[in-house]
Design a protein around this ligand. Structure first.
Ligand code: MTE
Ligand code: CO
Length: 430
């Protein structure tokens, strides 16, 4: 609302919205008798003053939908993959349709997935978690043991370190789903890792944990003990339900703000040690190769980032001008988002966006920017600022320091070019 005070945006009252909508031919005008059909409307037989099909017949009873699904008209709201990227059972990734969502919580069925050996189908009766190494009492937990422990509920974003990884050398994938969709945000229920470790009793020289997954890849990462004690979770529910098989059923590691690769799924073993293990996923992978040939290692934290989800290439503008709601997501692995700025002209001028909904620590944060579109070409950008004062860098700022050899940790500012016809394209501005 600072916007309005600065006189940079049109008032956003409902009356103003309707006027703008009418001007653009986007809303139906109620003229007493007749209703003007909005552009692109479907079957006239279903429109007022007629009684629509669905109002004339009995609908399904309850048993038909024992587990509910979205409307068949929303069948396009799905995870998608990129065939030439990694879509085999040995290595696969699907992307969250972030351009089709609002608010901050990702529905369970469309959370992006990343598997190094496909989805392990774990029988919960046979599930065991071994906790051993530098502990007083090595322990084996069943799922029931874990569920009997005191639990907490926390919503966090989970972002693959490779999110936006294909964009290092230039704009490539045409859609927010593909450039930024390796992120989801759900409410986890689980047991603090601290409680599990206390149960086993840490030896004085304990400093690192080894996390090992129960899939055929046996995904393995070293984790500084302190992070586990601070806020690490052994999660078994997402958004109230048990974890989905693709997200680690029946139990996974949750490490708020840290790269998702370390959030080991189908977790089967935690070893306590005094130094890191230097496994594949922390040496040849998930390290950041710099211009001088050295690589950054153990770059755990996901720095502040944002993206405009609407409009975006898969969600073009459908009106020719007038009142427009721009929306997007911001997040930071270092804490809360304190501000998001939006630019309509490729970063020359910035205006604060309106944040709406809960602003939670290390969770997705929703922002909006309402403006009157004059129908001309736009270069849309957003930049996130977090509670540490960190400002999301432009891509060229990032490349100055990181070069272009990296795959991981690309949090540069995204640019969408909106053409006069409303179509949107992934571009870069220098
Ligand atoms: N854990 C196991 N056991 N196997 C895996 O392949 N992939 C990791 C991580 N944990 C992986 C894993 C990577 S790279 C990511 S990005 C996240 O899981 C993805 O979590 P999601 O599938 O719930 O989105
Ligand atoms: Co990943």
């Amino acid at each position: 609302m600072e916007e309005r005070e600065r006189g940079t945006a049109k008032p956003t009252s409902r009356r103003a919205f309707l006027r703008a909508g009418l001007a653009a031919g986007g809303a139906a005008a109620l003229t007493g008798e007749a209703v003007a059909a909005p552009k692109g409307a479907g079957n006239p037989a279903n429109l007022p003053p007629n009684v629509a099909d669905w109002s004339r017949m009995l609908g399904d009873g309850v048993a038909v939908r024992a587990y509910g699904k979205p409307s068949k008209h929303e069948a396009h709201v799905i995870r998608r993959d990129v065939e030439w990227l990694t879509a085999s059972r040995q290595s696969s990734v699907s992307f969250t349709p972030i351009h089709e969502l609002d608010g901050i919580i990702t529905p369970n069925g469309i959370c992006f997935e990343r598997h190094h050996a496909g989805i392990a189908e774990v029988d919960p009766n046979d599930y065991r978690l071994l906790l051993h190494g530098l502990v007083e009492r090595p322990l084996v937990f069943t799922l029931d043991d874990i569920k009997r422990m005191p639990r907490v509920n926390r919503a966090y974003f989970c972002e693959c370190a490779a999110n936006s990884g294909m964009e290092w050398r230039g704009a490539q994938l045409n859609g927010a789903q593909y450039t930024h969709g390796m992120v989801h945000c759900v409410m986890y229920t689980g047991v603090p890792l601290k409680a599990l470790l206390e149960e086993a009793g840490l030896r004085p020289n304990a400093k690192w944990l080894l996390l090992e997954g129960g899939d055929a890849a046996a995904m393995t990462r070293s984790l500084p003990l302190q992070k586990a004690l601070d806020d690490g979770l052994l999660a078994y529910r997402m958004n109230g339900e048990m974890l989905r098989p693709e997200n680690g059923y029946p139990a996974r590691i949750v490490l708020p703000g840290w790269e998702a690769n370390m959030w080991v799924k189908w977790i089967r073993r935690i070893e306590v040690g005094d130094e890191p293990w230097h496994h594949r996923e922390e040496t040849s992978k998930y390290t950041d190769l710099l211009e001088n040939g050295t690589a950054r290692r153990f770059t755990y934290v996901m720095d502040a980032k944002s993206v405009i989800t609407n409009p975006s290439p898969q969600a073009p503008l459908r009106h020719s001008s007038g009142f427009t709601v721009l929306s997007g997501l911001a997040w930071s692995g270092r804490g809360r988002i304190t501000r998001v700025d939006v630019s309509l002209d490729g970063g020359r001028n910035w205006r604060p966006a309106r944040i709406d909904g809960p602003v939670w620590d290390k969770a997705l944060t929703r922002f909006y920017y309402e403006f009157d579109w004059d129908g001309r070409e736009l270069l849309l950008q957003s930049r996130a600022i977090d509670e540490t004062g960190y400002v999301q860098p432009t891509k060229s700022e990032l490349r100055k320091y990181r070069g272009v050899n990296s795959v991981y940790h690309n949090n540069g500012v995204q640019t969408w070019q909106v053409h006069k016809n409303g179509e949107v394209e992934n571009v870069e501005v220098s």
